[in-house]
Structure formats: structure tokens, C-alpha cells
Design a protein around this ligand. Structure first.
Ligand code: SAM
Length: 284
């Protein structure tokens, strides 16, 4: 079907973002959310959940590279990785660029998101069926609470979650961060998307406080521009038990990227340094 129509996401009470639709590829409703995949003129194929842009073919590399590589290189030798959320598969794709990674537990609440993205967004979902990936369809909040009670530990945990509403709200609460801390090895690193520095400053402060209370030694925000998210200005927060992201050796990143044959469009050793050093004053 061809449409001469616009898709509009009301991003706040007073702000919306519209893209002209080329095609509507998928519309579904799971027990958790409404799922749409549309093709747009400016941003290509776009995943929308609950009327909220999740990821687009054109700008997804910024988000998926930044949520993955700084944390994985800060750890230095990640073998076991947990990805919570991220049903489009973009984060799993980036994690698998690290040769040291032996196992990725991919915990997504909604199997229908994975299926829709496998069918309509293959450039993101292309590695979900990799033999190193273990897809677990369950709630990430419950998953980490259960793992925390066992001996199982992860080197890196990536929380690739939507906004803190509905089933994702608990992914921003103290109990979750306490469990994340327990689920990590002694040199473990976690990273989470933490919304817009411009619109959600108090949430970012709250998350930092929770991570400090959970016991993480190093906590740093990263900011970047993601045009389809509210305000276009976005943040991630990285928390590490032992390794400071500022001390990752540049030469080591260069050597590993070369060894792994890692192709990236946003991340490199300079971005690694810059993203942790150049924190806007108001956010500091
Ligand atoms: N890049 C995106 C953003 O910032 O909006 C996030 C994309 S990814 C599609 C988010 C995924 O998290 C969704 O597929 C959703 O089903 C999943 N999710 C939401 N709550 C969850 C939970 N409690 N446990 C695991 N996955 C969850």
C-alpha cells in the first residue's frame, strides 16, 4: 500500500516529530504494546512501539554503537554479555563485533518485536539467530532478580530499554540497579540509555544516584545527537565496578578494532575518549 501521509509522534505535551510515510509495512498488537514498522522518506524503515519512535535505519548506528562499544572496550575482555530489551537486534549486532564475546543472553519482553524486526528490519536484526545469542523472552526486571540469586555473572550488561513507562518503568528503579550490580562480575560494566539531557535531567540525576547507591565505582554519562528521539539530544549512562572508561588505552582500542575487522560508522578511539571527557557543563 502507498500512502501520502505523515506519521506524527507526540514527544511531549507540547512537541511532536513527523516523518512522511512511504509505506506501512507492519501493524500488530502484542500483549504488551502496539507495534508498527513503517518506511519513511527521510529515515528509512522505522520501528514504532506505543506510538513512540524506537529506532530508524538512518540514525540507528549512533545509538547502537554508543550503547555497545564504550562499555565493551571499558571492560576490555568481555565474554558473557547480557542485553536487556533491544528487540530490534541492533545492540546484539554490535556486541557480536567483539571477538572475545562467547555468549550473549538477549532478554526481551516481547517476542513479537523480535519477529517483526527479523522480517522488516534485517539490517538491525541480522545477528539475532547467531549461535552465540541466546534469546530469552521474559521481563528483564524479573530476569536480573532471578540471576542475582544464582552464581551466574556477566562481564557487561546493556540495558537497551524504551522510555520509563509501562513494563520498562522498573528498569529505572533502585531494586533493578541493585540486582544488576549483583549480576556483574567483579570487573563488570553496565550501560543504559538514559533519555534526553534537555528534557529528563532529573531522571538522569536519579539514575546516577541509584548507581552510586548500588556500589558502582565509576559512573559517566555519554551524550549524542539522535534526531528521532525527543529533543534530538540523547544520553547513555555507563557504570563500572573497577575500570574507568577514561583509562581505556587508545592504542588498545585501535588494535582490537583492527584485529576484529570491526566496521563502525560512529565509534572509534577518539569518540571513546571524547564522549566521556566532553560532558556538557549543565549535565556535569
Ligand atoms: N532504542 C530504543 C529507545 O531508546 O527507544 C529502545 C529500543 S528496543 C526496541 C526496546 C525494547 O525493550 C522493546 O522491544 C521492548 O519490548 C523491550 N522492553 C520493554 N520493557 C522491558 C522489560 N521490562 N524487559 C525486557 N525488555 C523490555
Amino acid at each position: 500500500m502507498k500512502f501520502d501521509a505523515w506519521y506524527t509522534e507526540p514527544q511531549t505535551e507540547n512537541l511532536s516529530l513527523s516523518t512522511k510515510i512511504k509505506d506501512i509495512l507492519y501493524v500488530g498488537k502484542s500483549e504488551y504494546q502496539e507495534i508498527q514498522v513503517i518506511d519513511t522518506y527521510e529515515y528509512g524503515k522505522t520501528l514504532i512501539l506505543e506510538n513512540t519512535y524506537q529506532t530508524t535505519e538512518r540514525d540507528e548506528f549512533i545509538y547502537h554503537e554508543l550503547i555497545s562499544h564504550p562499555a565493551l572496550f571499558t571492560h576490555g575482555n568481555p565474554k558473557n554479555v547480557l542485553v536487556i530489551g533491544g528487540g530490534d537486534g541492533g545492540t546484539v549486532r554490535e556486541v557480536l563485533k567483539h571477538e572475545t564475546v562467547e555468549n550473549v543472553d538477549f532478554v526481551e519482553l516481547d517476542g513479537m518485536v523480535i519477529e517483526a524486526c527479523k522480517k522488516y528490519m534485517p539490517t538491525l536484526s541480522c545477528k539475532i539467530d547467531d549461535e552465540k545469542v541466546n534469546v530469552i523472552i521474559t521481563d528483564g526486571i524479573k530476569y536480573v532478580a532471578d540471576v542475582a540469586k544464582t552464581e551466574k555473572r556477566y562481564d557487561v550488561i546493556i540495558v537497551d530499554c524504551p522510555d520509563p513507562v509501562g513494563p520498562a518503568a522498573g528498569l529505572f528503579e533502585m531494586e533493578f540497579y541493585n540486582n544488576l550490580y549483583k549480576c556483574l562480575t567483579d570487573d563488570g560494566v553496565m550501560v543504559q540509555q538514559t533519555e534526553s539531557p534537555l528534557l529528563h535531567e532529573s531522571l538522569i540525576s536519579k539514575i546516577k544516584g541509584h548507581l552510586q547507591d548500588a556500589g558502582f565505582g565509576f559512573i559517566r554519562p555519554m551524550v549524542c545527537s539522535i534526531p528521532t528521539y525527543p529533543s534530538g539530544f540523547w544520553s547513555f549512562t555507563l557504570a563500572s565496578k573497577q575500570n574507568s572508561p577514561l583509562e581505556t588505552e587508545t592504542a588498545e582500542i585501535v588494535a582490537k578494532m583492527e584485529k576484529y575487522g570491526m566496521e563502525t560508522k560512529y565509534y572509534d578511539e577518539e569518540v571513546h575518549k571524547g564522549v566521556f571527557l566532553a560532558i556538557p557543563k549543565f549535565l556535569k
